[in-house]
Design a protein around this ligand. Sequence first.
Ligand SMILES: NC(=O)c1ccc[n+]([C@@H]2O[C@H](COP(=O)([O-])OP(=O)(O)OC[C@H]3O[C@@H](n4cnc5c(N)ncnc54)[C@H](O)[C@@H]3O)[C@@H](O)[C@H]2O)c1
Length: 317
Amino acid sequence: MSIMKKRILITGGAGFIGSHLCERLLKDGNEVICIDNFYTGRKANIVHLLNNPYFEIERHDICFPIYMEVDEIYNLACPASPIHYQFDPVQTIKTAVHGAINMLGLAKRLKIKILQASTSEVYGDPVVHPQPESYWGNVNPVGIRSCYDEGKRCAETLFFDYHRQHNLKIKVARIFNTYGPKMHPNDGRVVSNFIVQSLKGEDITVFGDGNQTRSFCYIDDLLNGLTRLMNSPDDFTGPVNLGNPVEFTILELAQKVIELTRTKSKIILNPLPDDDPRQRQPDITLARKALGWEPVVRLEEGLKKTIEYFESLFKKY
Ligand SMILES: NC(=O)c1ccc[n+]([C@@H]2O[C@H](COP(=O)([O-])OP(=O)(O)OC[C@H]3O[C@@H](n4cnc5c(N)ncnc54)[C@H](O)[C@@H]3O)[C@@H](O)[C@H]2O)c1
């Protein structure tokens, strides 16, 4: 093992996944540099790391170039929930595309590995279930989700073109619905929404009839997948699905949250938003084979930890 610490750049390091990744990589003995413009990320997610001499934070928008000496890049910066990415769709697509170009340019100059946090949204409203990486997707290019879906698809294209054209070492993870402590309380994602509504005793809003399904991956499982991918042999680029293949209907999730929070909240049904996919489930055959990875945290266990986090958050404020 090398005695030199790796200097790892995480863009979007103050966000939900990024802040957990900062913690994990520091714990593994690396130096971590976090870049974030705090668009959706929060200081509170990383404040406990600020006294660590091996941690640095830089307020920066990745739509603009940046130069620094690092050994690896995890490119996570991008608003990820519909409420946030639809707030300023032009900024979203700029972050996905210009941000990717800037980070790929940095990786090319330094001749280092770069990992892209892509998304299951590249499959759009899929007609193939579960979704293998070979499925090209069913995406509306002009809808309200397109700034994110098409932005992330274009970023994947850029990653593969840099790989083919410049021999850059790339890793592309297609992340499926991930949840856990430090999710933004107001980002409208289904797990945080249901927990926040239950803890406040408000109605739990289910869109559509609630029979659409989702699969939920706990953050610790995802971190294992991302770090395994980064450390996989150079000839393994992905794209590789990282997510939990166990499916639940949205109604089942709502009922589980009600049970665990012991709330008196009632479920109410609201109209389904535009382009909301009916079903989303990762085929993780490739991740199992190439990375020896699969999720191990059961929904109930992950929900308990996430509920504890939101309870402590509400006690503070
Ligand atoms: N959470 C999920 O379920 C999920 C699923 C699929 C893909 N992803 C991807 O993983 C990554 C992280 O998602 P998350 O859930 O942690 O979201 P998040 O919103 O909590 O984190 C994103 C971070 O990026 C920062 N950011 C946004 N635009 C930026 C810019 N232009 N320059 C610098 N920083 C910027 C935000 O301030 C925030 O800290 C995203 O790229 C997202 O697309 C997440």
